[in-house]
Design a protein around this ligand. Sequence first.
Ligand SMILES: CCCC/C=C/CC(=O)SCCNC(=O)CCNC(=O)[C@H](O)C(C)(C)COP(=O)(O)OP(=O)(O)OC[C@H]1O[C@@H](n2cnc3c(N)ncnc32)[C@H](O)[C@@H]1OP(=O)(O)O
Length: 297
Amino acid sequence: MATLLKHSAKYALSGRLARLCVHSRHGGLQCLQPCLLPHQRSASTGSKILVEMDNSTGIAVLTMKSPPVNSLSLDFLTEFSISLEKLELDRGCRGVILTSALPKIFSAGLDIMEMCGKSPEHCGEFWKAVQEMWLRLYGSSMITIAAINGSSPAGGCLMALACDYRIMAENPKYSIGLNETQLGIVAPFWFKDTLVNTVGNRVAELSLQLGLLYSAPDALRTGLVDLLVPEDKVLSTASQTMTQWLAIPGENAIGSNPRVSSSKVDLTPKVHMVDLSHSSESMCSLNWIPWTCSNRA
Ligand SMILES: CCCC/C=C/CC(=O)SCCNC(=O)CCNC(=O)[C@H](O)C(C)(C)COP(=O)(O)OP(=O)(O)OC[C@H]1O[C@@H](n2cnc3c(N)ncnc32)[C@H](O)[C@@H]1OP(=O)(O)O
């Protein structure tokens, strides 16, 4: 029981993670959920995001649950940023796993309908929300791991890239990448910089110029994701990886307690990359919005 309780403390999360099973000392599989004490976990859900927090480990699972494809609408982005901000303010939260509740899809990226025939004001508000999402995720003082359990094109890939580590389901049918060029859009330079930081200049150059979507195995080969695991292991592997990251002493680790360690992170260059006015203007002036709509001429 002591071993099991220790495992429970390590993985104890309500909902998805709490349903994980571990091998007990006696060799059998045991479900962790019955061992959890109610005070160890909490869950909050909006219409598009479920947040499950395990207070004993400091790990939260943020699950996107906006059918059909977790597209990043203004409502979605607002709920996402608020959820992340709440976790950021919760000093007990040290790590966030980002995943999807939808089969086969992590996120389809920016919601195309948000930008179809909308006013420049709406585009500006929407674009600001996109940047807010990226800043919150990329600049988070918590450890962030993307548990990519489905396809993740364009803005969905950006979300994953903004995390510290990416674990993807090893399903060759799933794809990930910044494919904006294929849609006739130029990915903003901070999308590009986020990609360059992960895969290096040459791979980023080819990816962006050709708008490449990589299959899961190719994404691993290029370094776009860090690890492939069987689909049913994505979340449990993310949890185990998070535990390893959180074991790094606080003085050296972003997101480890005490959270003051985050003050050592200089976000200035990252924040400088964001040019709000330019991005929202270009989004409206590029004429790509009608291009992506089915009623285009
Ligand atoms: C200067 C500005 C730069 C801005 C940069 C842009 C970044 C972006 O993120 S732009 C968005 C790019 N996204 C994509 O290219 C993804 C497009 N979608 C797909 O490839 C597929 O839909 C996907 C692989 C995600 C899922 O495939 P399926 O499982 O086969 O589903 P369907 O294709 O049938 O789609 C179901 C349903 O969802 C709607 N959908 C899909 N993507 C989006 C989206 N991005 N926004 C809004 N809605 C989306 C699709 O139209 C279907 O709707 P219904 O027909 O009503 O069922």
